[in-house]
Ligand binder design. Sequence first.
Ligand SMILES: NC(=O)c1ccc[n+]([C@@H]2O[C@H](COP(=O)([O-])OP(=O)(O)OC[C@H]3O[C@@H](n4cnc5c(N)ncnc54)[C@H](O)[C@@H]3O)[C@@H](O)[C@H]2O)c1
Length: 345
Amino acid sequence: MTPRIGVIGAGMIGSWHARILSELGPMTLAGICDSDTARAAALADSLAAPSWDEPERFFAEAQLDGVIIATPEGVHAEQVALAAKAGCAVMIEKPAAPDTDGVRAIMQHVAESGIMSMVGHVERFEPGSALLRDAVAQGVCGQISAIMARRQFGPGGAEKYATSSTLRILAVHDFDLVRWVHPVAVREVHAVAGRGAVHAATGLDDHVITTISFVDGAVACVESGWTLPRAYADFDSPAGWQAAGNNRLDVYGADGFVSNDMALRHQPLVAFDTSGGFRAAGIRHQPVVHGRVQGALRAEVAHFVDCIATGTQPIAGLEDALRAVALVEAAEQSLALGQPVRPSA
Ligand SMILES: NC(=O)c1ccc[n+]([C@@H]2O[C@H](COP(=O)([O-])OP(=O)(O)OC[C@H]3O[C@@H](n4cnc5c(N)ncnc54)[C@H](O)[C@@H]3O)[C@@H](O)[C@H]2O)c1
């Protein structure tokens, strides 16, 4: 029997998940749910799947073996509760919840029901990040002293996250990577924010710099911002290209370093023409190649389906989500208090 997988949240990332599910096999895209009726129907129709606009009915009627939860983080816990009641596995988009209480509520629903759970920490499926982590685990760096991570995009699209935060939307990716490559307890977190045009328009911090001190003496610096110029990422030609971000992850130790440099000037695929100027394509997460989505997002969704089919333990689970969200929570508190904060996990 092929697993029946659904998607709740038919927005930007949920649409990619649904498309990938429709292209993967062997499995069935069992349905799409979104509280926006028209949005759910439009995506479902394009992929020849049924749609719902009420989560309760979706979970009760769609006969799901698994669901990808791609709604805003504030409703993830209540939707995991519905999935738990229906006995279906969950893949929860990052951040798993707005705070650690939310992640712990999700953990309780999962523990009580026994459903399989995975968290959408997509960077773990990016080849450079995964190979970097393997190298660190093999001891290439020796005793680690410093980790530096950066994630920077243009401000287009930030508006819809106005009720969330730059830390929850951007930094959580790198908080997970940092704790994945250096699984050592965190002593304290200190965050400072740059506030400019993005903050004026949306209330979101333009750029946040978070330092993380570990109990073994190592330090991490995580930069997260919408601080590339709008024009950099705002293009629609060549068709199918999505803008690259300015990302990197470096780990330094007594014996060596590893570096996954995805910075602007190192993007492998660029274009220039007189009408559109310079464009750099992001090909790590969801490039469409020969009409099908490839990259880390496809690998992540395929891993979820494989875990359902084989009973394998997912590469990113709720304990990982708790550790990443604990850093988000501590950094948000640090921003509010103007001083370092010890995370709760
Ligand atoms: N892994 C990644 O790289 C990545 C990228 C973008 C977003 N995300 C995460 O995915 C989530 C969604 O982000 P997005 O950019 O797709 O947002 P979006 O606003 O484009 O889409 C969210 C969708 O959820 C629907 N929705 C809201 N509340 C609902 C409810 N109670 N029931 C059913 N549907 C509901 C909205 O109508 C909307 O269609 C966020 O948690 C975000 O952090 C992850």
